[in-house]
Ligand binder design. Structure first.
Ligand SMILES: [Zn+2]
Length: 321
């Protein structure tokens, strides 16, 4: 069984003709982008050009040098209106499906995850294209893409995904790095239709709080586990100071059997939050924070916190069933 990191973002600027887009519309977002890049070890000069190639090279070498065998590499569709039209102004972060499919063919370390808003007029065609191109996962942020995943009109879309055994990774809980268009879709209960249709559905971040005041849906997600054996959570970004509280709810054995390992790369993972929350011993925190490889550091942190080995390997079985 391969050890998989199920939540790794691809970021690019289109400088190599990839069609990727990464715009920082204000100073705060630009500073945040510089900080993220620096923590991965990339020079911030790549924000002036060359991000496409530099990002992939850095990520690939990080995965290769880590104890992780493969990373689920995420495309990023554009948000849509309720009528299915692209919301251009809100589309600052975009990664076309073609780009992750290409990288999936080129490198065995990458498992391509397409991103398709099911309300797109061409959603079914795009899904067929991605299935044929080798996509194993489909990723959305329902609250940021403005996607009502349980709209009955989308049933054929989820049924096709289930038939192709393509997993659905859905952001759940609040979000700060990109604009939220519909807060209600942060609730994991909006995922009931894909889960009902038999899609392996993964609620990213365990549906927990992303800050101090946004709603916490982890308990709702755990309740849903008893109705849907094909529903999972990922532990991505949970070793951060703003999300570590969710970890406590995911660690009990019966819940943990539904948890999959994810980092949310390039989101930095330092372990300070889990240490404050007494989930991590001081000596582990000290040793692991010296690990320069972000992918490896997050994996070491999750292990030291107590996430069992099966959280790393389970997805491989789910994708090949
Ligand atoms: Zn993410």
């Amino acid at each position: 069984m391969r050890r998989i990191d199920c939540h790794v973002h691809l970021v690019g600027d289109g400088s190599s003709g990839t069609g990727c887009r990464f715009r920082t519309p204000n100073l705060l977002r630009s500073l945040a982008a510089r900080y993220l890049l620096r923590t991965t070890g990339l020079p911030t000069s790549v924000l002036q050009g060359g991000l496409d190639e530099a990002y992939v090279a850095k990520l690939l070498s990080s995965v290769k040098a880590s104890s992780i065998d493969a990373a689920v590499l995420l495309a990023m569709d554009m948000p849509r209106s309720d009528e299915g039209q692209v919301l251009e102004k809100e589309s600052n972060f975009y990664v076309p499906n073609e780009r992750v499919l290409e990288l999936g063919v080129e490198y065995e370390e990458f498992i391509p995850a397409c991103s398709i808003h099911p309300g797109r007029p061409d959603a079914m065609d795009e899904l067929e294209k991605c299935i044929a191109g080798g996509a194993k996962v489909m990723k959305l942020l329902p609250n940021c893409h403005n996607a009502n995943c349980s709209d009955p009109a989308f049933r054929p879309f989820w049924e096709r995904m289930a038939k192709a055994n393509m997993a659905f990774l859905a952001h759940t809980g609040g979000e700060y790095t990109i604009p939220v268009l519909n807060k209600a879709y942060a609730d994991p209960r909006v995922l009931h239709l894909p889960a009902e249709c038999g899609v392996t559905t993964i609620a990213a971040h365990g549906a927990g709080r992303s800050g101090l005041i946004d709603p916490d849906y982890t308990c709702e997600l755990i309740k849903m586990f008893s109705n849907y054996p094909n529903l999972f959570a990922d532990n991505s970004a949970l070793a951060t100071p703003n999300r570590w509280r969710t970890i406590k709810k995911l660690l009990p054995r019966e819940v943990c059997s539904r948890v999959l390992h994810g980092s949310d790369y390039p989101v930095p993972s330092g372990g300070f939050g889990p240490w404050v929350g007494r989930l991590l011993k001081w000596r582990h925190f000290r040793t692991i924070s010296r690990e320069p490889n972000t992918i490896e550091r997050d994996a070491l942190l999750k292990k030291a916190i107590g996430f069992p080995e099966e959280t790393f390997t389970k997805l491989d079985g789910l994708l090949s069933d």
